[in-house]
Structures are given as structure tokens and as C-alpha cells.
Design a protein around this ligand. Structure first.
Ligand code: NI
Ligand code: MN
Length: 226
């Protein structure tokens, strides 16, 4: 499986000829200024919650790629009011099988107001089962005991977790989250985009290596094997 990082919490997973894009926030992110969104292709766009730093480019990219947008009910209603029709609304605990694999929406402890102030329902995350393997993207969240349910049901090949602290888990709670879901490889996201979530990368890498876990921090635009 290949993962390309587009900055903040936006990443693309490619597997078996399918491309899944998560939480597109590219054009408003100065750190991602070299990413050309007109070149992004995706079969599905998964949105963890309604905050602008996760949905900013969702409508433009959904129209450009014709991808199916997977998100919660409230976010789906907001997207359909902006002219999108290819939406697969879900809610926590529900799973759905798509042409690329199966998605289960997991819970997150966070908030989810949409950019125009519309209530965005409850925030979530996703377990994505693909023929090549299963991964977990927590979305923006605190550490929560609910993550232990995931290890009981799935063999997680890698997890994508926020490490920027302040609005979400920081690195030490992300290490505990990796333990809860039993993932040995973590891709860190949601850090360094804004001053409140600035971190020292070396500290985060050290926190993970002390716990015997691999933390991947790809550069923006970089593709890594996962
Ligand atoms: Ni958020
Ligand atoms: Mn966020």
C-alpha cells in the first residue's frame, strides 16, 4: 500500500488500483502550496468531521474526481446542498462495502462544526479494510477507550493518528492509541500546520521509538510504503 501525505490531516492511500483521499485541506495550507490539487485523482474521499481543516477542498475535489464522498449524515447534507450527489452517508458503528473495500465508521472525541457554522454532527474516524490490508484513521480525537474495540475486531496494519496536541492527541497519547488498536506502524498527522499544534518532530519520533513503534512523518508531497 502507498500513502501520499498532502499536509495537515490530508493523505491519499493507494491500493489495488483504488485511491482513497482523506480530509482534504490543501489550498488554504501554506505548507502545502506545492501540491497541485488539479492533479489529484481519487475514487473515494473520506471526511472524518466537519471542521474546515478537514473539508476545505472536499467539494472542489469531489467534483473534479467524481469520487464518492464518505462522511457522517450531517456533513453529507451540507455537501449535498453544495451540489454534490455522489455521497455515502454513514454514522458511528456502521460499516459499508464499497468497490474498493469495507469502511467502518468509528467514534472520536472532538467537535465537528462545519465552516459556515452548520452543526456537523459528531466527529468520527474510519477503519478501512482493503484486500491488501486494514488500516485505521482516527480523525481528530482524544485518546479514547473505544479504540480498544478496534483491536478486538481488526488486524490493523498501520494507523494514521494526530500527534499535534492541543486540539487532539499529542505524541504520547498517540503511542497509547497505537497500543489500544495494536498497530506497530503509525503515520503522524495534524501537526505543525498552525502555531497551537507546532511540535518538535524529533521529540515525537523519540516518544514512539522508546515505545518500540515506528512513527512515519512523510514530507508534504512524499509517498511512503505502508
Ligand atoms: Ni477538528
Ligand atoms: Mn482538525
Amino acid at each position: 500500500m502507498k500513502l501520499t501525505y498532502f499536509g495537515h490531516s490530508c493523505f491519499l492511500v493507494e491500493s489495488g488500483g483504488h485511491r482513497l483521499l482523506f480530509d482534504p485541506f490543501i489550498t488554504p495550507n501554506p505548507l502545502a502550496k506545492d501540491v497541485d490539487i488539479s492533479k489529484i485523482e481519487a475514487d473515494a474521499i473520506l471526511l472524518s468531521h466537519g471542521h474546515v481543516d478537514h473539508v476545505a477542498d472536499a467539494v472542489v475535489l469531489a467534483k473534479q474526481t467524481r469520487a464518492t464522498v464518505v462522511c457522517n449524515w450531517e456533513v453529507s447534507e451540507w455537501l449535498s446542498r453544495q451540489g454534490l450527489s455522489n455521497i455515502a452517508p454513514m454514522n458511528h458503528g456502521g460499516a459499508k462495502t464499497f468497490p474498493f473495500g469495507r469502511v467502518k465508521m468509528t467514534s472520536a472525541i472532538h467537535s465537528s462544526t462545519l465552516p459556515d457554522g452548520t452543526p456537523g454532527g459528531n466527529p468520527g474516524g474510519f477503519v478501512v479494510e482493503l484486500p491488501e490490508g486494514t488500516f485505521y484513521y482516527s480523525g481528530d480525537t482524544a485518546l479514547t477507550m473505544d479504540m480498544k474495540l478496534i483491536a478486538g475486531e481488526f488486524a490493523i496494519r498501520f494507523a494514521v493518528l494526530p500527534i499535534g496536541d492541543n486540539f487532539t492527541m499529542g505524541a504520547s497519547d498517540a503511542v497509547r492509541a497505537a497500543g489500544f488498536v495494536d498497530a506497530k506502524v503509525v503515520v503522524g498527522v495534524h501537526y505543525n500546520t498552525f502555531p497551537p499544534i507546532e511540535i518538535v518532530k524529533e521529540d515525537a519520533l523519540g516518544t514512539f521509538s522508546k515505545a518500540g513503534l515506528a512513527l512515519l512523518l512523510p514530507d508534504i508531497g512524499e509517498t511512503v510504503d505502508v
